[in-house]
Design a protein around this ligand. Structure first.
Ligand SMILES: *Cc1c(COP(=O)(O)O)cnc(C)c1O
Length: 237
């Protein structure tokens, strides 16, 4: 496929995804602006990923740090990069300067390393805490009752780590309705914090949930960020 064909296919796919996001926002009586589309570029090469900002999508996600480094080096610097997959502690120093948001903080030890690196950079790192709600042991993330910040009994003394919110991955299924309770549970964790701490409007606002198979249900349940790959790159190789 040449790049011109790829661009037009991507434009069509994007229009379809946008229409579905818009319809889900409509059903939930939410503003389209309340949901950020994060295009997950892990399945495509940098030249294809670079078409997204041209089409107006500036938030891009990668699940592997090395792949994020590679694409960040190849794409324009005004892209907002999101690391959405597991981050090894020895890759924090190289990843942090490149990303707007790390969605996948899944341990206190990782938060501690991020805190140290952010301090060196003289800024705050923006992160989401990943919660394992599907109870699959293979998945990363804090168990629901052990999420720092949400659970006031758990210490989280990291001044350079700003927790924008929570992230989860639902188990893969053919029926997105089966993901609804998981997404509702993530929102309820966020809301528990909000009730306890009124007025802290930017801390813990974000809910990163929903992928190609389940993003409409996630939006109906309050997702503020959806991470979509396959639906955007369908028919492109
Ligand atoms: C790959 C990936 C996505 C996107 O999945 P699709 O089903 O291709 O939309 C979203 N989130 C994470 C963490 C991923 O690894």
């Amino acid at each position: 496929m040449n790049l011109a064909d790829t661009r037009s296919r991507l434009r069509d796919n994007l229009a379809k995804v946008e229409a579905r996001i818009g319809a889900a926002c409509g059903r939930a009586e939410r503003s389209r602006d309340a949901v950020t589309l994060i295009a997950v570029t892990k399945s495509v090469e940098p030249d294809v990923a670079a078409l997204l900002p041209e089409l107006g999508v500036r938030d891009l996600g990668e699940s592997r740090p090395q792949e994020l480094w590679r694409k960040a080096a190849a794409l324009p610097t005004d892209v907002n990069w999101h690391l959405i997959g597991h981050l090894q502690r020895n890759k924090v120093a190289r990843t942090l300067p490149l990303v707007k948001l790390i969605h996948s903080v899944d341990s206190v030890r990782l938060a501690e390393v991020i805190d140290g690196e952010a301090a060196k950079l003289g800024r705050q790192a923006h992160v989401l805490l990943e919660v394992n709600l599907s109870r699959e042991s293979a998945k990363h993330g804090f168990p629901a009752d052990q999420v720092p910040i949400v659970n006031p009994d758990l210490p989280f003394p990291y001044k350079h780590v700003f927790v924008d919110g929570l992230m989860t991955m639902a188990a893969a299924t053919d029926d997105p309705e089966r993901c609804r309770p998981v997404f509702a549970e993530l929102r309820s964790l966020r809301d528990q914090f909000a009730v306890r701490t009124p007025g802290l409007t930017d801390l813990m606002n974000e809910l990163s949930m929903g992928m190609t198979g389940d993003f409409e249900v996630a939006i109906e349940e309050g997702a503020t960020m959806v991470r979509i790959g396959s639906a955007l790159f369908e028919g492109i190789d």
